[in-house]
Write a protein that binds this ligand. Structure first.
Ligand SMILES: Nc1nc2c(ncn2[C@@H]2O[C@H](COP(=O)(O)OP(=O)(O)OP(=O)(O)O)[C@@H](O)[C@H]2O)c(=O)[nH]1
Length: 467
């Protein structure tokens, strides 16, 4: 928690205590101390009833540790007397928030637990000889104190969770990019080893011996513990896990029934293994393209790093009072190129245009292929006048260029462009929206033109400058 945030919290919490009737503070302290075990029991009873919460709390854990910790936490929170150490109480809430983040207990479950505590405490208060106003005051104090605690926990949770997620991601990238091609060969080899062992056991091994399962083979262990994590975003990961299960839990189990089934299923297992090898190749190929951030066809940057580059350029421009511009380019009637000359010819045009854009921009600029026939250039350290002439020159030069097709023919293409200059807005989505709208207008106004987004407009008005 930042020092400004923690001093705000401490001030608010202090104010809460000093503005509360001391009798009410005393009564709450006594009630919580007397009923802490009952409150903890109620809390866990509700939580264990809910499926989403109970996965985090086994009955044993509740009995042995958490029940006691919860009671202790409640007593400490409400033990407000002359010796009450608010700084220590806040530090305890921070620690608990960090623990929740580490063990990934969702914050909404913690808040739900707090709600149950408030409900039950309200019932306890109703059993006390208090008038309505006293009851209200006491309940208010109980709820406000829990809310303060939740606020501190929530802040600690969020920053700790972010930190953990970032390091998870760094680890994921690290684990995936380390010697990607060596890893692929190693794992394909491990899969082959397992297949060979299985074949050996089935053909010349002891017929009563247990067959080696794939899940706990070198390959299976690697995939479960590392591969699945590294490739978590790919649909192939789930398919691989499913195929491993089918091999182990279906095919191999059936193979224990006798020689004939063994031989029959061996063929099926070998087909499955072949499929696994294809899936592995696919998954490794995809991740090397994506993780490297390069578009496979043009070798330009792909859209993966666009947010990072834009955020960095915005921070740089704001820090240095400099400017930059975003130029979006889209080939006109590109479908016609594919339709007339074939997809391969289309690919070749895309590749040549990629090379052309790189050689016609400065070393500091970032050239992206966003997908299809759409490109984007981040023009760094450039004022609007220069950005505009760069955009126009590119448009003219592309139109004048000959693009060579695989059949030896040469064709001309044109591009439509949208240009947006940085206007100080801190969110990169703003400039992206501006440039998208400008490109859309360039297409709708006849193509082969540059449209500049209105620099001061947040609602993406744009102005046609030239065609
Ligand atoms: N060869 C090739 N074609 C692609 C690739 N990605 C997208 N395309 C094709 O690009 C074409 C885009 O067509 P449209 O979106 O209609 O755009 P357009 O024909 O350029 O027309 P306008 O943009 O409106 O001027 C489609 O035919 C896609 O199949 C690629 O990687 N290689």
């Amino acid at each position: 928690m930042s020092s400004a945030t923690s001093s705000k919290v401490a001030n608010d919490w202090n104010a809460l205590i000093s503005e509360t009737n001391p009798n009410c503070i005393r009564l709450n302290r006594q009630l919580v101390a007397i009923h802490s075990s009952e409150l903890a029991t109620q809390f866990y009873r509700h939580m264990l009833d809910a499926e989403d919460a109970s996965v985090f709390l086994s009955h044993d854990q509740v009995k042995t540790r958490l029940h006691g910790s919860l009671q202790q936490w409640l007593v400490t929170l409400f033990n407000i007397d002359e010796q009450y150490d608010l700084a220590a109480t806040i530090a305890l809430q921070v620690k608990i928030g960090e623990i929740h983040a580490r063990i990934k207990i969702p914050m909404h479950l913690v808040l739900r637990g707090a709600r149950y505590l408030k409900q039950h405490f309200s019932e306890l208060l109703q059993q006390e000889p208090l008038n309505a106003q006293q009851q209200n005051e006491c309940l208010q104090h109980f709820c406000d104190t829990l809310d303060m605690s939740m606020e501190v926990m929530g802040q600690a949770y969020a920053s700790s969770y972010d930190r953990n997620t970032r390091s998870d991601e760094v680890y994921r990238l690290f684990s995936i990019t380390q010697n990607l091609s060596t890893e692929r060969e190693k794992q394909k080899g491990a899969l082959l080893d397992w297949e060979n062992r299985l074949m050996f056991e089935c053909t010349v091994g002891n017929p009563d011996a247990e067959l080696p399962t794939l899940g706990i083979s070198e390959f299976g262990l690697w995939f479960t513990h590392k591969g699945s994590h590294a490739f978590q975003d790919y649909p192939e990961t789930q398919i691989i896990n499913e195929r491993i299960k089918i091999i182990d839990e279906q095919l191999l189990v059936e193979m224990q029934q006798g020689h004939d089934v063994r031989i029959q299923n061996l063929r099926k297992v070998r087909d499955e293994t072949k499929r696994l090898k294809f899936l592995l190749d696919d998954i490794f190929a995809k991740s090397s393209e994506l993780e490297s951030g390069r578009d496979v066809l043009t070798k330009l940057l792909n859209r993966k790093f666009l947010p990072t580059v834009l955020s960095r350029e915005i921070a740089h421009a704001r820090r240095n009072h400099s400017q930059f511009a975003l130029l979006s380019l889209d080939i006109d009637y590109f479908k016609g190129v594919n339709d007339s000359y074939g997809h391969e010819a289309g690919d070749s045009v895309l590749q040549q245009l990629g090379g052309f854009l790189v050689s016609n921009s400065r070393a500091g600029d970032f050239v992206f292929r966003l997908g299809g026939e759409e490109f984007m250039i981040v023009l760094v350290d450039v004022n609007p006048t220069n950005a505009r002439s760069i955009a126009e020159n590119l448009r003219n030069n592309v139109a004048a260029e000959h693009f060579m097709l695989p059949n030896g023919e040469r064709i001309h293409i044109t591009i439509s462009s949208g240009l947006a200059c940085f206007n100080g807005h801190p969110d990169y989505q703003h400039i992206l929206r501006q440039v998208d709208k400008a490109l859309y207008d360039a297409k709708n106004n006849g193509r082969n033109r540059v449209i500049i987004a209105d620099i001061d407009s947040a609602d993406n008005e744009s102005a046609d400058i030239e065609s």
